[in-house]
Structure formats: structure tokens, C-alpha cells
Design a protein around this ligand. Structure first.
Ligand code: GLC
Ligand code: CA
Length: 554
């Protein structure tokens, strides 16, 4: 069935191009490399730093500007690196410090920036700081962590639960107190009210800044400071009126967090170069997100915006969600949209294969600096990992209901061979490799001009050449039914993006905007280069990018 869509007046405008000296991160495309799964270089079945270095030419040809590498520090791997036991080292399973130095050099030679993950909220339980802290109540490092007495009946000091389930308090029999852990019991929370902790971490920041990293992705940064009085947290039904959940209001975004973020920002700014802070803030609310930029834009440059991840793939819902965010953004703040990562379902698994290219179109044409998750560009999806192959602790707590994060962390599929080019054919990789590697792989798709990889590349390369996409304003259009439509403009360059969320084939009457719409790119990869018309029929689930010109220019 066909239905006609007409565009009426503009509803909103936000401009991203007000910076006098545009910083690279204001328009960069980031790419998350989950290190264990990207490329193994020494045939032990685990991805590593040299593996990333080997794949830099691929990343360059793909067209990304910067990569975020997940933690590679020494770790007992209870949370695969998010449990750090030495902040200034490299875990042997990922390589050596020399490997890191070569990687950063090679990346910079190609013009690719390197952002590393910094886990400030907690350490591993085998970190020497924690070993000291738990050795006795009188140890000078005792107060580097958060210790509390049991209630008179021996139960934990309050009702706080951890994000991986169960109480957030772990009993330490040796010293007779509980310690706090918002994540695994093997990840004790640091006490950021203690200036010695701040000083120790400052040295860590400086260590990596001296090495030339281009920035940090601050892990779980919203939780650094806990409410001083440790009150019980409220419990209520969740947003859909279902299960009872705990609202972590006394650990999330406490007022005393912000001076700390300003302090971290000042350290960064005392270094030459244009370094960036990306922050995992967990927030789903626009006003709260604004707080992480800082009142004077003096805290996190790019707080991660994960709301679209929690929004249904439906034109009106997505439009409302995006409008809310753009409206709530502080002036000159750059949105950093995250649609997929190592903690959540992959895009196809969440939204369906038919929408995959439209999701890329949206992410890469919104204003701001987006991030891709490795494998998105070849349409990797979650894999069923049988219980005996599961390694993510988070998936072992309640395996019936939650398989953990293994399904979305399977190795990158480079080619169609048994181990997909990720590791040697004779080796068992740390997580199984998806059988769909026969078609879902880089090598096959690189040869096919209509593949998802070719689509991503075209989109990324067009984006890098387009000021309208990198710096332009964004205006969402009204009354578009199943179609989300918006304009991106900068100087003379005027682009229109239309995304069909539905299975119908709507006819778009563009006459309000132009009479010449040249198709730059369609998600089908099947459109002629320059259709100069003011009326376009979209295919089911198709998304298109047009260059608009006036009649005279036509
Ligand atoms: C962040 C990471 C996640 C990790 C957690 C604890 O949410 O993205 O992978 O488990 O922090 O460090
Ligand atoms: Ca390896």
C-alpha cells in the first residue's frame, strides 16, 4: 500500500558548528574495539594489542577516526579486564607495553586516534591496594575502599544491591567488616572521598597521557561518589510496572562527583594536543546527561547517550527521543550517540536485520560524534552461547533469564574459515565463533559492492567529506508517519535524510523543500547516483540520503 507523506514546517533546530576552533572529537566517528575479540596475533585464542595493530589498515579503509580499546591492564579477568590489578601495566594475555607503544605510534601514523578505557570506580580484589586494605583495619590503605560494620544481626549495613545481582556488600571475615562492590564481589569500590585515591589515580592518568593516548573512556563514572550517609535505596516497580527494582539514587551522580570530573578535565587540559573524555554515565534522562558535560562544559566532553539503545525502533518514538536529547543539550555540547556496545544486545538482535542499515544511516548522519561497535559494519548478530561455553560471570548468576554478555562479544569475523581469521584454525577461541561467518565476514563483503560493509564504507566516506554531516545544523521534519526525516545543513550544503521504519512504500513529496533531490546513498545500494526529482518512493525499510539543490542549481 502506498501512502503520501508531505513535509510541513520545521520543528526544531540545533547547531553544532559554533566552535571557533573545531576539535577533532566534535565530529569524529569512534569505533569500539573489544580487545579480546578483535584479532588474535599469537594463536592463543584471545585478541590482543598486536592484533589491533595488524588491523589498523582495515580500520583506516573503513573510515573511522578513533578507536576506543577496552581494558588491557593486568587483571584476573573476573570481569574480563574491568577488574584492574595494575593501572599502568599490560596484561600478558594482551601483549606488552612495547606492543602498546607500537600500536599508538602506528595508529597515529595512519591518523587514527586512540582512546583507552579507565576503570576508576573499582579495582580488582587482587590489586595490591586492596590486598593492603583488607590486611587489617589499621592499614594505611584501609580507607582507600569502603568498609562498614554489619548490622547487629550480622546482615549488610544497608539494602544496596550490586548491578550483577545480590547485595553490594561482601563480608570480610578476616577484619570483620563488609566492603562495598557495586559490580562483582571481586571488584571492590574505591573510596573517592579519600584524597589519596584521587592522587594515586592522577598519576595513572598522567602515565597514559605521557604515552600519548588521545583520551579516556571513563568506565561507570557516574558511580564514583556514594552518598555520605549510605541510606537505604528506594525500591519500586520498574518503568513498565513489572518487577520490583532498586533505584540506585544514592550512588548515581552525587553532587560531589562534579568537582572530581572537573579535576580530571583540568589534568587532561594541562597536556598538549586535543584529548577527549568520553564517559559512561548510564543515564537515560536528558537533563541529567547535561550535568555530565558540566555547567561550564568543563567536565566530560562526550557523555555517552544510550537512550536510543532503549527506544523501540519506531519512527515517532525515535523522533521524540532524539528531539528530547537535542533540546536538552547545553549550547555547544556535542552529542555522542551509542547504539551498541559490549554490554548489550547487538543491533540486529535488538531491532531486526531489515533495519540494520537504517540504524547505521541514522547513527552516522545525526549531528555529533557517534560510536560503532566492532562487527556492526558487517552486520554481526548475537550468537546463542551454550551454558558450558559461557564465560561472562554476569551470565552465570541467573542463566535462565539472562545469558550474560557472551552472545554479543563473539570474535570478529574476518573471513569464512573455521575461526573466521580471528585466530589460527587449530586453536579454540575464547568464545565460540558464529557460524554465519560464511557470509557475515569482512573478506566476502569487501568484494560485494552491495554488502553491508560497502554500505558502511560509503556512508563513512561521504560523512568525512561532508561539512553538513560533520558540523551542520539538524532540523527534524514533522508529520512523517513511519518515516523519520531530517535536514543537515552547513553553508551551501543541504542534505536530507529519510528513514522508512515500516514495510509500506511511502511516496515522499519533497516539494516544500526542493524540486531537485539527488540521491547520494540508499541503504539498498541500488539507487542511481543522481535522481533529480521532488517525489520519491521509498522501498520497505529503506533509508536514503539526498543532496538538495534549488531549481537554478539543478
Ligand atoms: C561498565 C563496563 C562493563 C563492566 C562494568 C564494571 O559498565 O562497560 O563491561 O562490567 O562497567 O566495570
Ligand atoms: Ca592473543
Amino acid at each position: 500500500m502506498l501512502h503520501r507523506v508531505t513535509f510541513s514546517s520545521q520543528t526544531f533546530q540545533t547547531s553544532n558548528n559554533a566552535a571557533n576552533v573545531p576539535s577533532w572529537w566534535r565530529s569524529a566517528v569512534f569505533y569500539e574495539v573489544y580487545i579480546r575479540s578483535f584479532q588474535d596475533s599469537n594463536d592463543d585464542g584471545i585478541g590482543d594489542l598486536r592484533g589491533i595493530a595488524q588491523r589498523l589498515p582495515y580500520l583506516k579503509s573503513l573510515g573511522v577516526d578513533a578507536i576506543w580499546i577496552t581494558p588491557f591492564y593486568p587483571s584476573p579477568m573476573a570481569d574480563f579486564g574491568y577488574d584492574v590489578s595494575d593501572y599502568t601495566g599490560v596484561d600478558p594475555s594482551f601483549g606488552t607495553m612495547a606492543d602498546f607503544d607500537s600500536l599508538i605510534q602506528a595508529a597515529h601514523d595512519l591518523g587514527i586516534r586512540i582512546v583507552i578505557d579507565l576503570v576508576l570506580n573499582h579495582t580488582s580484589d587482587v590489586h595490591p591496594w586492596f590486598a593492603e586494605a583488607r590486611s587489617s583495619r589499621g592499614n594505611p590503605k584501609r580507607d582507600w575502599y569502603i568498609w562498614r560494620d554489619a548490622k547487629p544481626d550480622g546482615s549488610p549495613p544497608n539494602n544496596w544491591t550490586g548491578f550483577f545481582g545480590g547485595s553490594a556488600w561482601q563480608w570480610d571475615a578476616h577484619t570483620g567488616q563488609y566492603y562495598l562492590h557495586l559490580f562483582l564481589d571481586r571488584q571492590p569500590d574505591l573510596n573517592w572521598r579519600n584524597p589519596a585515591v584521587v592522587q594515586a589515580m592522577e598519576l595513572v592518568l598522567r602515565f597514559w597521557l605521557d604515552k600519548g593516548v588521545d583520551g579516556f573512556r571513563l568506565d561507570a563514572i557516574n558511580f564514583l561518589i556514594k552518598h555520605e550517609a549510605f541510606p537505604d535505596m528506594p525500591i519500586a516497580t520498574n518503568a513498565t510496572g513489572g518487577d520490583l527494582v532498586q533505584y540506585h539514587i544514592y550512588v548515581n551522580n552525587q553532587p560531589e562527583l562534579h568537582p572530581l570530573l572537573q579535576h580530571v578535565r583540568r589534568i587532561l587540559e594541562s597536556y598538549p594536543g586535543d584529548r577527549v573524555l568520553i564517559g559512561e554515565t548510564g543515564t537515560l534522562k536528558a537533563p541529567e546527561l547535561s550535568q555530565f558535560y558540566g555547567a561550564g562544559l568543563d567536565e566530560i566532553h562526550l557523555p555517552m547517550i544510550v537512550l536510543p539503545l532503549h527506544t523501540t525502533w519506531q519512527a515517532q518514538a525515535m523522533r521524540e527521543c532524539l528531539l528530547e536529547f537535542y533540546a536538552g543539550l547545553p549550547e555547544r555540547a556535542v552529542p555522542h550517540f551509542v547504539f551498541s556496545n559490549h554490554d548489550d544486545k547487538r543491533l540486529i538482535t535488538r531491532y531486526g536485520l531489515e533495519h540494520h542499515r537504517s540504524i547505521a544511516m541514522l547513527l552516522l548522519t545525526l549531528s555529533g560524534s557517534p560510536i560503532l561497535y566492532y562487527g556492526d559494519e558487517i552486520a554481526m548478530c548475537d550468537m546463542y552461547v551454550p551454558p558450558e561455553k559461557r564465560v561472562d560471570t554476569a551470565g552465570m548468576i541467573n542463566p535462565e533469564n539472562y545469558p550474560g554478555r557472551d552472545p554479543n562479544r563473539t570474535p570478529m569475523q574476518w573471513n569464512a574459515s573455521t575461526n573466521a581469521g580471528f585466530t589460527a584454525e587449530t586453536v579454540e577461541s575464547w568464545l565460540p565463533i558464529n557460524e554465519n561467518r560464511s557470509t557475515i565476514n569482512v573478506e566476502t563483503q569487501a568484494q560485494d559492492p552491495d554488502s553491508t560493509l560497502s554500505f558502511y564504507k560509503s556512508l563513512l566516506h561521504f560523512r568525512s567529506s561532508s561539512r553538513a554531516l560533520r558540523e551542520g545544523s539538524i532540523q527534524f521534519l514533522e508529520d512523517s508517519g513511519d518515516v523519520l526525516a531530517y535536514l543537515r545543513e552547513c553553508g551551501d550544503e543541504r542534505l536530507l535524510i529519510v528513514i522508512n521504519f515500516g514495510s509500506d512504500s511511502p511516496v515522499l513529496d519533497l516539494s516544500v523543500l526542493t524540486d531537485h533531490a539527488h540521491c547520494v546513498l540508499s541503504s539498498t545500494m541500488q539507487r542511481p547516483e543522481a535522481v533529480a526529482v521532488a517525489e520519491v518512493t521509498l522501498n520497505a525499510y529503506e533509508s536514503m540520503l539526498f543532496r538538495l539543490t534549488s531549481n537554478k542549481e539543478g
